[in-house]
Design a protein around this ligand. Sequence first.
Ligand SMILES: [Zn+2]
Length: 364
Amino acid sequence: MSASRTPRKRARLDGPADDEPPQSPQPDANPEEPMANDGGAAEYTRDTEFWLEDGTVILVAGDVEFRVYSGLLAKHSPRLKELFSDTQCTRTLLVDGRSEISCPVVCLTDSPDDLRHLLRAYMPQDASNIYEYEYPSFDAVSASIRLGHKYQIMPLYVRSLAFLRENFPEDFDTYVELDQWVPTGWAIEDAIGVVNLARLIGETTLLPTALLACTTLGEQIVRGYQRQNGMQEHLTIDDQALCIKAKIQIRKARVAALFRVLCPAPAKTCKNTSGCRTTLRKAVYNLHSTIDNWLGDTDDPFASYKMYIKGGKLDVCEVCLPMVEATSVAERRKLWNRLPLLLGIQVPGWGVPPPATQSAPVQS
Ligand SMILES: [Zn+2]
């Protein structure tokens, strides 16, 4: 940039075109419609990350405009391809400061942050991005789902949905392997956003575990939370009511299951019935010392009974211990199968038992 030029913070046109009048100004253009042109009436900020000097289309989201490659986006998105070809709005810009081109200008109703995440997926700024996607942020996944769904960018949408399914599974065995309510790097409150995404795209299998995570949130169930990008995210009134009601139902079912697991009835083939019965009774009695855990707001109802036993191990015989373990798995699986019912939602296909399970009966 020459010293004689004063950079405009919100310049409307590039290079020599700065000296040219805009084409057919329409300062009152409806923001919901494709922009007629930049007109000069509204003020937009060029995105610092995606204003590419050889870009061939201008996307406007909120008060931010992005100059990017139309062909690359059109290749992945039939919907964006349509928008690029349908718009009547253009702006004359320089390519790399030399020849002029006419860029279509397309006004989108998405947030600039969501659009930026989408562009990062297809126009990474550096090679390190491939590692960042190992632990995508909630905002990135949310944007990929919302915009992937809206603009029919199927690979991005499918990959993002698969990520959510891995972390909010419908399979009990997968769930118990997860040691976090939400993916690495996410806040527990992001479960609210997952519920909203699941509602948006009709992916009901995400709802049980996402709603379950929401039941641990206390007053934030009602208040919602502010996302990393500054946006406020809330559960709907219906989902707020659902969480409050379900929390009690799940807790009752979970406590009942815990007491059934520690039922002081030794195995039929136990050769130390008196000792094992006493051990089990003590375990039940001592539950009072861990009540804040198994009745706590953030307790996982699918945690093993061992979490609430002194030393994490029952001192019963080699016959009774496998029996208690099997009962624990069966009770937790039964609770899992009932989870949609306890939440008051319908999830087709949920709780279909694996074909070769050897655990105790699943049906209540
Ligand atoms: Zn025994």
